[in-house]
Design a protein around this ligand. Sequence first.
Ligand code: URA
Length: 425
Amino acid sequence: MDAISVIRTKRDRGELTPEQIDWVIDAYTRGEVADEQMSALAMAILLNGMNRTEIARWTAAMIASGERMNFSALSRPTTDKHSTGGVGDKITLPLAPLVAACGAAVPQLSGRGLGHTGGTLDKLESIPGWRAHITNAEMLDVLDTTGAVICAAGDGLAPADKKLYALRDVTGTVEAIPLIASSIMSKKIAEGTGALVLDVKVGSGAFMKTIEDARELASTMVALGTDSGVRTVALLTDMSTPLGLTAGNALEVRESVEVLAGGGPKDVIDLTLALAREMLDAAGLKDADPEKALADGSAMDVWRRMISAQGGDPDATLPVAREQHVVTAPSSGVLTRLDAYGVGVAAWRLGAGRARKEDPVQAGAGVELHAKPGDTVTAGQPLLTLHTDTPEKFEYALGALPDAYDIAPSGTLFTATPVVRERIA
Ligand code: URA
């Protein structure tokens, strides 16, 4: 077997054999296949696709590149959620403790933000003392004692994906449905969860810009999960506008705590509850009542224990950026569009995100929204507040915003896009 013949097969629109797939993933993980060869293969896959048989084998080979976790010793059923990434997507923060408060165990291996989309670990690291990197034994202990754990995946889990994802990120090959589906599902299957709910984002702020592509990605991932014995469902959810009223690390933690305290924006509450119901259903806990667990403070209790268990202080004051800049509404009327991608890029440019994996992020940086699509606004009222420690970034961030919103004359009819657009099981 050699890398060139594997690349040629896919370049010429052929089907990769199971032997070719097993060999290329293993040889790439061991360093025998070079980065430039794997990037040529990834580009051929992006351009020519893979069928479901190839995707299933590719996923299995990535799982086999590392260890598999096992939660069978836990007394509670395990259930997890994975989002394909968006702007203001802080849902994991209230969701994991909420589902744990309803009786499930939630092993939430999370990632960092890259580009305009935020990452759960970056958000939680804005809580003083909180540690993302814990051992597998610590992870099991936090899960067992609190019911939920959010942490970084260990180096042993799907190492082929770690290497390949970093390569795709710098070679324009992230947006390939077979590669996204196998990347996400290899980690989730290796993690060993019994049930999985996929939050597949669709819209300007998501990888999938159209509902057709989101459907294709969702059904590919649901099939991979189901065929591996993981009860898997997907919700296709709107990412044309940011979720909630904040995009940025500490800003989003603050908003998540508001939700756990019984307040917070309606779209964040609605999506948190919709995903919680799906996770509990998939775990066989059909009688659980997540609405009650949010209202009676039991989800907040789990949150506090979960944060403390990883060294965080749930009562600590969250970091606030040193400088603010307010963007005002240029006219009066109805806000008909506030673009997730524009807001995400602005938050990233303010310091909330990173351009390269090794870059630091600013905990307090980001964008606060003062209106959502459908709201009536008055000329001169605050529309957005930009936060950063480095005011020289304001101009760069503002450059992402001129085309990010539309205000129509008062009385214009506005039809909101529902947060949950479709369900695929
Ligand atoms: N998230 C992942 O884990 N992998 C991808 O390829 C895209 C999003």
